[in-house]
Design a protein around this ligand. Structure first.
Ligand SMILES: *Cc1c(COP(=O)(O)O)cnc(C)c1O
Length: 467
């Protein structure tokens, strides 16, 4: 399988190159040249397969010959052995018609582990094959950073630098990034917002001399391997549940960068019957506004109890625009130019397509608090604030059987949960040391040159250290 850029101005690449490249050199995102469609029989066979086995069936059509099914299965098995549940992503029936898909059983208690644990193994596999090193630079609104540092801390070939907005991530999130002692992982606090961090990462990718010197790679959800690894759990959930209308389920997805919900769209393109895909936002509601008005317009980010969704520019939305427009790279370029120039664009003829592909709901802070309290009292189940946005959205939109993606464990956001329920949720077993281990991180201003210098000084690829 080859991959093309949403902006249409670079050569196509194979799967391994796309895993290492992250962002395309024309500023676009890689998408598969064509959608592989799984047969109904294949999808039906998932009922008897493990999570790792389903992952192979979903991901292998994209790797082609570059990675064998055996290698992929070995990596998937290793990756998902780090989870504390044999199901990997267990389902919890909340009430009739509503099931929670718990994606937080990995080592950093958030759904990003599902893709990141596999991505780290894929990258090491590809780099070993090529005798190369890489430097990963990523921006995090909280959870990606910990997941990346945790997944790569044992990597022999990859150095990781994670930028996070100073003071805007929870203590648990920060400590997951700052307590690992390995020399190849680095947390960097930036004086700014998540969008500033993401802009710095994009600027480093667009600085081609720098990019080549440090063998820059990306693990933000712009990395195709993450998206496709996340498509696995949509198939997994469907394999364990029988849906309503024509066997189709709806999915309600806490959304920030549009990665996780786009993975659901990918599953649909690959043949999974899906009724509604529901975009669940917090008060940072750029996507619900876009669905309602046909205008995608940035506003200032407001801090909420679900910080991993405190985002105004949803990077992966570009992938959707490419698909919705019938793969019109010229149109994507002009929409993105408008966004860069004036902070907005009009969807025009794409607006009704967006509306038919997605429902979208913005949950207010009050909605979230009421939902968390109500769900605990009525069903004895504690939601984290991100997942609560998706429960609010599911209840507002869906008529049929709906799966709510639970993207984080409530103990990852203890201050927010305590403020709402007056009880502090304890960390699960195995995390006792997190709050007392020694932290290590640096603070830099929102300045590209300073951040590039830090990365250069901590990259073994740029120092020419042989693998
Ligand atoms: C990252 C994250 C999200 C948003 O996911 P996207 O793929 O960026 O849309 C939602 N919830 C939690 C807990 C997260 O860590």
């Amino acid at each position: 399988m080859n991959f093309i850029s949403t902006r249409g101005e670079v050569e196509k690449l194979g799967f391994e190159d796309v895993v290492l490249a992250g962002l395309a050199r024309d500023g676009g995102l890689y998408v598969p040249e064509a959608w592989p469609v799984l047969s109904n029989d294949t999808i039906a066979s998932f009922a008897d397969k493990s999570f790792a086995e389903i992952a192979v069936e979903v991901i292998h059509p994209f790797t082609g010959d570059e990675i064998s099914r055996d290698d992929l299965f070995r990596m998937a098995k290793d990756a998902y052995a780090t989870f504390d549940s044999p199901a990997v992503t267990p389902l919890h029936p909340l009430k009739p018609g509503l099931t929670v898909l718990e994606l937080f059983h990995g080592p950093t208690l958030a759904f990003k582990d599902v893709a990141m644990q596999l991505l780290a193994r894929l990258m090491d596999h590809v780099l070993a094959k090529r005798g190369r090193r890489a430097t990963i630079v990523g921006a995090t609104s909280g959870d990606t950073g910990g997941a990346a540092i945790e997944a790569f801390r044992t990597s022999q070939r990859v150095d990781v630098v994670i930028l996070f907005p100073e003071g805007r991530v929870s203590d648990v999130q920060r400590r997951m990034m700052t307590t690992p002692a390995e020399k190849n992982v680095h947390a960097l606090a930036i004086r700014g917002t998540f969008d500033d961090c993401q802009a710095l990462v994009k600027a480093m990718f667009n600085d081609h001399a720098f990019r080549d010197r440090v063998e820059l790679s990306g693990v933000n959800s712009i990395n195709w391997a993450r998206i496709v690894a996340q498509a696995t759990y949509y198939f997994y959930a469907a394999s364990r549940l029988s849906g309503g209308k024509d066997g189709a389920l709806s999915f309600s997805v806490p959304t920030g960068n549009f990665g996780d919900i786009f993975a659901g769209y990918v599953a649909k393109c690959m043949g999974l019957p899906i009724d509604k895909l529901i975009i669940a936002s917090n008060e940072n509601d750029i996507l619900p506004r876009a669905v309602a008005t046909g205008i995608y317009a940035m506003r200032d980010v407001v801090p909420t109890s679900s910080p991993s969704m405190d985002i105004q520019v949803s990077s992966n939305f570009e992938r959707y625009l490419f698909e919705a427009s019938g793969r019109d790279a010229g149109l994507v370029r002009s929409l993105m130019a408008s966004l860069a120039a004036k902070g907005s664009f009009e969807l025009g003829s794409l607006a009704p397509i967006l509306k038919s592909d997605f429902a979208a709901v913005s949950a207010s802070e009050k909605d979230v608090a009421d939902c968390i309290r109500d769900t605990e009292v009525r069903y004895g189940y504690l939601l984290d604030p991100h997942t609560a946005c998706a429960v609010v959205a599911a209840e507002r939109v869906a008529e049929g059987d709906t799966v709510v993606l639970a993207t984080a464990h409530p103990a990852k956001f203890p201050d927010a949960i305590e403020a709402i329920t007056r009880k502090r949720p304890p960390l699960p077993r195995g995390f006792e040391h997190l709050m007392t281990d020694k932290e290590r991180f640096e603070i830099l201003s929102n300045n590209l040159a300073a951040v590039e210098e830090f990365v250069l000084n901590h990259s073994r690829a740029s120092a020419g250290v042989s693998p």
